[in-house]
Design a protein around this ligand. Structure first.
Ligand SMILES: Nc1ncnc2c1ncn2[C@@H]1O[C@H](COP(=O)(O)OP(=O)(O)OP(=O)(O)O)[C@@H](O)[C@H]1O
Ligand SMILES: [Mg+2]
Length: 270
């Protein structure tokens, strides 16, 4: 039997806050991402989505429980995963092509091969001709494309994406989502996609997992997105099945979003 790409078993993650208290971000999380499966996690702000992703990447260890990667317990960095951060993570002193090349270069691949692959990946994300631009000479959408090429060039078996397109306008965002779906359809890697945008989650995923508001957040609902592929993320949004799924998931999510908002307001007041 194939092992899942990622498997969280009873995972808890607590932090020591600057004032010396303990804060449990997520508690007893059980979550599985199958090999080749596209799973989105949605939940209110501050509920622990990035924490889950950081644990998947091995940047953060669970305080309790285990994270397994293709059946093996994760200790240290997850070498089978590529990570697209929530914040912009391009190196400002490197051109687009130098940013995309970085991972393979650090891995010691011969220079000519690296250059050829980086050119290929920049072209795949629609940036042929922009190889020598620095990040500040690119638009926000273009920078996200470079970050996508930078992640995919490493050919990871698991792709971890943390609200990668949330700063983009809706049209650019939908173009990028369709691109990600095209690239995913060709290689069928496991994807863990974090978003707080339910429309985005439904239109792109095989499964949507809803997290409760923090503290001690955990999945409270899982929905299989049985909408046929290939999909156009803009077109599926107006189909009856999409609207049905949206209503069902929003019924679970709505209350958590309100709780999350209330918790944050109280924190600010305290
Ligand atoms: N290193 C840390 N030290 C202390 N608390 C932390 C740390 N990292 C995260 N937290 C807290 O854990 C909770 C979850 O944070 P996380 O970044 O995972 O949320 P999120 O769901 O990704 O939020 P958003 O949607 O706003 O990106 C938050 O309350 C945050 O303040
Ligand atoms: Mg986050």
């Amino acid at each position: 039997m194939n092992h899942p790409a990622l498997e969280f078993t009873e995972v808890t993650c607590s932090f020591v806050t600057p004032d010396g208290n303990h804060y449990t971000a997520v508690r007893d999380v059980n979550l599985t991402i199958g090999d080749g499966e596209f799973v989105s996690v949605v939940g209110p702000t501050g509920c622990g989505k990035s924490t889950l992703l950081n644990m998947s990447a091995g940047l953060l260890s669970p305080s309790k429980g285990t994270v397994k990667v293709f059946g093996e317990e994760l200790t240290g960095l997850n070498k089978r995963a590529g990570y697209m951060f929530q914040a912009e993570a391009l190196m400002p002193w490197r051109t687009a092509i130098a940013n995309v090349s970085a991972g393979l270069q650090f891995a010691g691949k011969p220079q000519n091969e690296v250059k050829e692959m980086a050119e290929h990946w920049l072209a795949r994300v629609g940036l042929r001709g922009f190889e020598d631009r620095y990040p500040h000479e690119l638009s926000g959408g273009m920078r996200k494309r470079v970050a996508l090429a930078q992640t995919l060039i490493m050919d990871p078996d698991i792709i971890l994406m943390d609200e990668p397109f949330s700063a983009l306008d809706i049209q650019t965002r939908q173009l990028m989502e369709n691109e990600v779906l095209d690239l995913w359809a060709q290689k069928k890697k496991a994807v863990l996609f974090i978003t707080h945008d339910l429309d985005e989650a439904i239109s792109i995923s095989d499964r949507v997992v809803v997290m409760s508001a923090g503290p001690a957040s955990h999945p409270i609902g899982e929905f299989v997105i049985d909408i046929a592929r290939p999909r156009d993320v803009a077109e599926v949004r107006v189909t009856p099945r999409f609207i049905e799924l949206h209503n069902a998931i929003w019924a679970d999510l709505r209350e958590e979003v309100l709780k999350g908002y209330e918790n944050q307001r109280n924190k600010v007041k305290a």
